[in-house]
Design a protein around this ligand. Structure first.
Ligand SMILES: CC(C)=CCC/C(C)=C/CC/C(C)=C/CC/C(C)=C/CC/C(C)=C/CC/C(C)=C/CC/C(C)=C/COP(=O)(O)OP(=O)(O)O
Ligand SMILES: O=P(O)(O)OC[C@@H](O)CO
Ligand SMILES: [Mg+2]
Length: 230
C-alpha cells in the first residue's frame, strides 16, 4: 500500500497503554480520519503495540507506528515514524536510541516505510518533554531555527510541533508552516474538540488528536469533521 502522508489533515494518536472499547475503536477507524498513529511516551510494550495493531487492522484506515521504545518495534504497520527530539538535552533522544535500533534493524529495513519526525517539544510539563529533558524555554527565533534545521538540514518528512497536553500558540505554528520547503507540519497538543481542531488545522498541515479520545470521546470524534470541512 502506498500512502501519501502529504494529503493527511487529521490523525488520531492512540496510546497502546490506554483502554478503548471495540465500539470506540470502530467509530474512530470509520470516522474519516486520515490515519491512526499508534504511540505514547510511557508504558508502550511489544504486546500492547501488537494488540492495538491487530484491532486496527480490521479497518482500512492507514495505521502508523510512532516508535518510542526499541522493545516495541512491531512489524506489520503501514509506516514507521521515527521521532528525533531536536531540543532534547540528552542526545539519546536525538541519535542514541536510533543508533542502537539501526544496529539491529538497519540492514532489513524497508526505507520507504520509514519517515523521520523532527520533534520540537514546547510543553515542558509533558511526559515526553520530561523524559527527553527537552529545553522548552524557546523564543520564536529558537523555534524557527529548529524548524529550518528539521526541514532544510535534516530533510525530515515531518516537523512536529509538540505541545502535548496544552493548546499551543497558533501564531508560532502558522509561522513554522510558512517556513517549510520539504517537510510537512504536524501540530499536536490540547485539541479538546472541534473549535481548537479547526484553529490548529488552519495553522498546520496535519493536526494530531490524542488525549481527548480518552477523556471526551464524542468531542474527539467531532474533530474529524471540523478539520475536513475547512
Ligand atoms: C522488520 C521491522 C520490525 C521493521 C521496522 C523497523 C524499524 C521501523 C526500525 C526503526 C529504526 C529506528 C531508527 C528506531 C528509533 C528507535 C527509538 C526508540 C528512537 C527514540 C524515539 C524518541 C525520541 C522517543 C522519545 C519520546 C517521544 C518523542 C515519543 C513520541 C510520542 C509522543 C510524544 C507521545 C505523547 O505521549 P503521551 O503518552 O501522550 O504523553 P504525554 O503525557 O506527554 O501526553
Ligand atoms: O494528547 P494531545 O494533547 O492531544 O496531543 C497529541 C499529540 O501531539 C501527543 O503526542
Ligand atoms: Mg498523551
Amino acid at each position: 500500500m502506498l500512502l501519501d502522508m502529504k494529503q493527511w489533515k487529521h490523525v488520531f494518536k492512540l496510546d497502546p497503554d490506554r483502554e478503548l472499547s471495540d465500539d470506540q475503536l470502530d467509530r474512530l477507524c470509520l470516522s474519516g480520519t486520515d490515519a491512526i498513529l499508534v504511540g505514547g511516551s510511557s508504558g508502550v510494550t511489544y504486546d500492547n503495540t501488537v494488540d492495538l495493531l491487530a484491532r486496527i487492522r480490521r479497518y482500512e484506515v492507514p495505521c502508523v507506528l510512532e516508535v518510542s521504545n526499541q522493545d516495541a518495534i512491531v512489524p506489520g504497520y503501514d509506516l514507521f515514524f521515527i521521532p528525533i527530539v531536536l531540543n532534547a538535552r540528552d542526545p539519546q533522544w536525538i541519535v542514541g536510541h536510533h543508533h542502537q535500533a539501526l544496529r539491529e534493524y538497519g540492514a532489513i529495513l524497508d526505507w520507504q516505510q520509514v519517515m523521520t519526525e523532527g520533534y520540537i517539544m514546547l510543553n515542558g510539563e509533558s511526559t515526553a518533554a520530561l523524559i527527553t529533558e527537552a529545553d522548552t524555554q524557546l523564543d520564536t527565533k529558537d523555534v524557527e531555527a529548529y524548524v529550518r534545521m528539521a526541514d532544510r538540514l535534516f530533510h525530515c518528512s515531518i516537523v512536529y510541533l509538540e505541545y502535548s497536553g496544552v493548546f499551543g500558540d497558533m501564531n508560532i505554528v502558522s509561522r513554522a508552516r510558512d517556513l517549510l520547503h520539504h517537510s510537512r507540519l504536524f501540530y499536536g497538543g490540547g485539541i479538546d474538540g472541534p473549535d481548537k481542531a479547526r484553529e490548529a488545522a488552519k495553522a498546520a498541515h496535519t493536526v494530531v488528536v490524542g488525549n481527548v479520545v480518552y477523556e471526551q470521546f464524542e468531542q474527539a470524534l467531532a474533530t474529524v469533521e471540523a478539520v475536513k470541512t475547512i
